[in-house]
Design a protein around this ligand. Structure first.
Ligand SMILES: [Zn+2]
Length: 86
C-alpha cells in the first residue's frame, strides 16, 4: 500500500467537494455516503468516489479525474500492484 502524497490529497479534496455538491446522481439526495479512492494504472492515476446513497440505495463509482503519471511516480509505484488506496 502506498500513502497518497500531499498533491493527491489536494486534488481529492477539490474534486470530492465539487462532486458532492451535486448529491446523488440518481435521486439528488445530498447526504450520500462515499469513499474517496485513487487507483494506480499503468500510465495514470484515477481519482474516483465510491458512492452509496442511503435514500435510493444506488451505488456507483464516480470518476473525477485521471492524471498521467510522471516519470518519478512511475518508478515510485509498483505498476504490477494495481492496489487501490484511500
Ligand atoms: Zn440516491
Amino acid at each position: 500500500m502506498i500513502a497518497p502524497d500531499e498533491e493527491d490529497i489536494i486534488i481529492l479534496e477539490n474534486h470530492t467537494h465539487k462532486t458532492l455538491e451535486a448529491g446523488c446522481k440518481e435521486c439528488g439526495y445530498m447526504h450520500i455516503v462515499f469513499q474517496a479512492c485513487i487507483s494506480i494504472e499503468m500510465e495514470s492515476k484515477i481519482f474516483f468516489l465510491s458512492v452509496e446513497c442511503p435514500m435510493c440505495e444506488s451505488t456507483y463509482k464516480d470518476i473525477m479525474i485521471a492524471i498521467p503519471l510522471n516519470g518519478y511516480e512511475k518508478k515510485r509505484y509498483d505498476l504490477n500492484d494495481k492496489s487501490i488506496y484511500k
